[in-house]
Design a protein around this ligand. Structure first.
Ligand SMILES: Cc1cc2nc3c(=O)[nH]c(=O)nc-3n(C[C@H](O)[C@H](O)[C@H](O)COP(=O)(O)O)c2cc1C
Length: 245
């Protein structure tokens, strides 16, 4: 193990923050190093909006399902999938452009996720903590208005960052053998491994320090998609000129 692997292997989401700011210099160092994330075709199809103003963070907190940690963290980041610079490049080169198919959407979301994970890891390496926020997609039109996002740019996820007040236990991950396959996908082994993981997660939920509950992993995830979630996203993405053909 080395320092980087120690940092990666120590991750847990942090939702409680000390009343201590993160300097702009430090944030810029984090962003600079995170920009070295690999990027499809060197497109760099992402942007990040840095939110520090209390009122705006409060609004975003409400728009994201009333998640208090968004209002309380010193820095809230909104990571946007961004094809706007690619559009401008086509205009500068006087070339026509067609984003109305699914591949640019995939490219921009993958690029944004790679950049975002780098940001969290860099922050964690500096003693900061944070949590991704998918709740930012609960009311995406309102978020776009608040942040003045143009067409071809949409908020993919947020991230609370700050100095940790409270650090939770790590949440156990799947057995590696359920995730890693050799040469071909082995569907046969999965049911048993998931059952094994159910025991691990039940023990974790029953024994963790806060929000204890008695639940298995399958119990939890099988609730999630009983009903369709964020169905507005398809229409929203079309409005933002991200296509599906
Ligand atoms: C894309 C994404 C969106 C997430 N959205 C939220 C969120 O809206 N609110 C929240 O409290 N946690 C959110 N999380 C954090 C996950 O719940 C957390 O990563 C997961 O439960 C594993 O826990 P850990 O990060 O502590 O290991 C999100 C994570 C990801 C990757």
């Amino acid at each position: 193990m080395n320092f980087l692997m120690d940092v990666m292997g120590s991750h847990r989401s942090v939702r409680n923050f000390r009343d201590k700011d993160i300097s702009s210099d430090l944030m810029n160092q984090i962003f600079e190093v995170s920009q070295w994330a690999s990027t499809s075709n060197h497109l760099q199809a992402y942007s990040v909006i840095v939110m520090r103003e209390k009122d705006k963070k409060k609004s975003l907190s409400e728009l994201s399902g009333h998640q208090a940690h968004i209002a309380e963290c010193p820095v809230f980041l909104v990571f946007c999938a961004d094809l706007n610079r690619i559009k401008l490049s086509h205009e500068l080169e006087k070339k026509s452009m067609n984003f109305n198919f699914v591949e640019p959407l995939l490219v921009a979301t993958v690029d944004t996720a790679l950049f975002g994970q780098n940001v969290l890891l860099a922050a964690e390496s500096l003693g900061l903590g944070g949590v991704f926020i998918g709740g930012i997609r609960n009311n995406p039109h309102e978020v776009c208005d608040l942040l003045n996002l143009p067409e071809h740019v949409f908020p993919l996820f947020g991230m609370c960052l700050g100095y940790p007040e409270k650090v939770n236990e790590q949440k156990p991950r799947m057995p590696l053998s359920a995730v890693v396959h050799t040469e071909q996908y082995d569907n046969e082994k999965l049911a048993g491994l998931i059952q094994e993981y159910n025991d691990t997660m039940k023990h974790y939920y029953e024994n963790r320090t806060s929000a204890k509950r008695s639940q298995t992993w399958t119990d939890y995830v099988s609730e999630l998609y009983k009903e369709p979630r964020r169905v507005h996203m398809a229409e929203f993405l079309k409005d933002k000129k991200f296509g599906f053909n």
